[in-house]
Write a protein of this length. Structure first.
Ligand code: G6P
Ligand code: ZN
Length: 541
């Protein structure tokens, strides 16, 4: 074991989901080493225990897996489970941590951000429950990165991570595992595979876009091999270090080809996609895009149709910017509803405490208590299970849902790569206005309430403030303003817009029409054009 002297970097603060930077940034001398040592220095009691290592296969994944293995050995871990080829989707990593009682895991991913020599990379730490480290740990890691003076590493040749089996690395056991097997087995316990298999056998057609990212091998094994979907159901199924040059974010912009196909004349019955590390999902029925917020509500309302959830839900949780569609389901089911800040880590305590069973975010994340990460393929399989049992198209299920609960029209407008000072100025100006807003009119709308969202965790009593500016209008509509915590250049302003129509209201509007007054109100309130120089959002999801 070697102790190597190093000097701190001042920019290793983990964001919404770990440390994310461009690859060349990570390639600076000791940049990766400093961060990994800071993770280990912030943990206690891992001597001799198991660590899980895996990533989404993007550029630099293999190199960092080797560094992490050698540092884990030098720091005293007893065993590392690493996905073959360094690959583990984020939900699969969460499952492996839980299933094998690991102390924690290092997940290498920048999620839905592009990959390649000049694109994004990321490192995050997950704790023993399989979920992202809570803020108390990420803050300790950040504090450590600012003082670090040395790191420990084993001088050894690279480990063969491509052959399944066990090797020794300086007294630590390295087990290279099949990245798919444990995950596929878990899915079989949750869903009615025979019913879904029968649906495919009956001619049901599906298109799944793995976006040349981590979900490819999982989707191919589960959908095509175990469930009998036709060969070719999974497109872009081979993970590539640069995701084929694409942006592996399953939204209507980056998965436009799938969307167009689903709206076209020969559309399959069901379309879906997942992101770089396999935790996000996009759901498109024939002739209908299901927003992530609606998907959460519809999955929650129908979850009992899947064997894993037949006993019903303990509760539902959603991030604050996610629409309130799921709240109405929770109300009807008579179960708890929890509204958390953005970031899957906030669901961990609710899931561990048994308060929530299903969680979701507007950012295309949905999941349950089966792991402690959101899970793209899980959401797809739950949809398939529901379709197989109800024997109705997704569009009919969505329309029936709206007739029962009403419809939360929803869109998110993203202004990407804007000047950081301008973005902060915009949020500060809004915050300053908040006390005076209630009762004021903005166009035809009247502000009912306005605040800067703060969260009190009901399980551990911790608080998180400044989690987004909420402006609620009379009638249940709202706009929310937030700065992204996952961007890697400049700032991203997210504007979340939601209008509620009750069951007897107008349920068949085009989304932009339903939201027009709110979009205008957002501009008036935040002066987006004036402060950022932008007249249009870069991405609308
Ligand atoms: C990651 C997190 C999610 C979060 C999303 C958006 O995917 O895991 O929990 O919702 O980022 O975060 P942002 O801060 O960019 O809006
Ligand atoms: Zn992701």
């Amino acid at each position: 074991m070697t102790i190597v002297a190093t000097t701190p970097y001042d920019d290793q603060k983990p964001g919404t989901s770990g440390l994310r930077k461009k690859v060349p940034h990570f390639q600076q001398p000791n940049y990766v080493h400093n961060f990994i040592q800071s993770i280990f220095d912030s943990l206690e009691g891992f001597e001799g225990k198991t660590l899980v290592i895996g990533g989404d296969g993007r550029f630099y994944n293999r190199e960092v897996v080797q560094i992490a293995l050698k540092m884990a050995a030098a720091n005293g871990f007893g065993r590392v489970l690493v996905g073959q080829g360094g690959l583990l989707s984020t939900p699969a990593a969460s499952n492996v941590i839980r299933k094998y009682g690991a102390f924690g895991g290092i997940i290498l991913s920048a999620s839905h951000n592009p990959g390649g020599p000049t694109e994004d990379f990321g490192i995050k730490y997950n704790i023993g429950n399989g979920g992202p480290a809570p803020e108390r740990i990420t803050e300790a890691i950040y504090a450590r990165t600012k003082e670090i003076e040395d790191y420990k590493i084993l001088e050894a040749p690279d480990v063969d991570i491509d052959t399944i089996g066990t090797t020794d690395l300086g007294g630590m056991t390295v087990e290279v595992i099949d990245p798919v097997a444990d995950y596929a087995e878990l899915m079989e316990t949750l869903f009615d595979f025979p019913a879904i298999r029968a649906m495919f056998a009956g001619g049901f057609r599906m298109a799944f876009d793995a976006m040349s990212a981590a979900t490819g091998p999982y989707a191919t094994e589960i959908l095509e091999h175990r469930l009998g979907a036709a060969a070719g159901t999974v497109r872009n199924g081979i993970p590539l270090p640069d995701f084929g040059g694409h942006h592996p974010d399953p939204n209507l912009v980056y998965a436009k080809a799938l969307y167009d196909e689903m709206m076209g004349p020969d559309a399959p019955d069901f379309g879906a996609a997942s992101d770089g590390d396999g935790d996000r999902n996009l759901i498109i029925g024939r002739d209908i895009f299901i927003t992530p917020s609606d998907s959460l509500a519809m999955l929650a309302a129908n979850a009992h149709l899947a064997p894993g959830y037949a006993a019903g839900l303990a509760g539902i949780a959603r991030s604050m910017p996610t629409s309130a569609a799921a709240d109405r389901v929770a109300e009807k089911l008579g179960v708890g509803m929890y509204e958390t800040p953005t970031g899957w880590k906030f669901f961990g305590n609710l899931l561990d405490a048994g308060l929530a069973t299903i969680c979701g975010e507007e950012s295309a994340g949905t999941g349950s208590n089966h792991v402690r990460e959101k899970d793209g393929l899980w959401a797809v399989l739950l949809w398939l299970n529901i379709l197989a049992v109800r024997k109705e198209p997704a569009k009919a299920i969505a329309e029936a849902h709206w007739r029962e609960y009403g419809r939360n029209y929803y869109a998110r407008h993203d202004y990407e790569g804007i000047d950081t000072d301008a973005a902060n100025g915009l949020v500060e100006a809004l915050r300053a206005k908040l006390p005076d807003l209630p009762g004021t009119k903005v166009g035809p709308l009247t502000v009912a309430a306005a605040d800067d969202f703060a969260y009190l965790d009901p399980v551990d009593g911790s608080t998180s403030s400044h989690q987004g500016i909420r402006i609620l209008f009379e009638g249940g509509s709202r706009v929310v303003f937030r700065l992204s915590g996952t961007g890697t250049s400049g700032a991203t302003l997210r504007v979340y817009i939601e209008a509620y129509e009750p069951p007897d209201g107008n349920l068949g509007l085009e989304v932009p029409d339903a939201l027009a007054d709110l979009i205008a109100a957002a501009e008036t309130l935040a002066q987006i054009k004036e402060r950022t120089g932008r007249t249009e959002p870069d991405v609308i999801t």
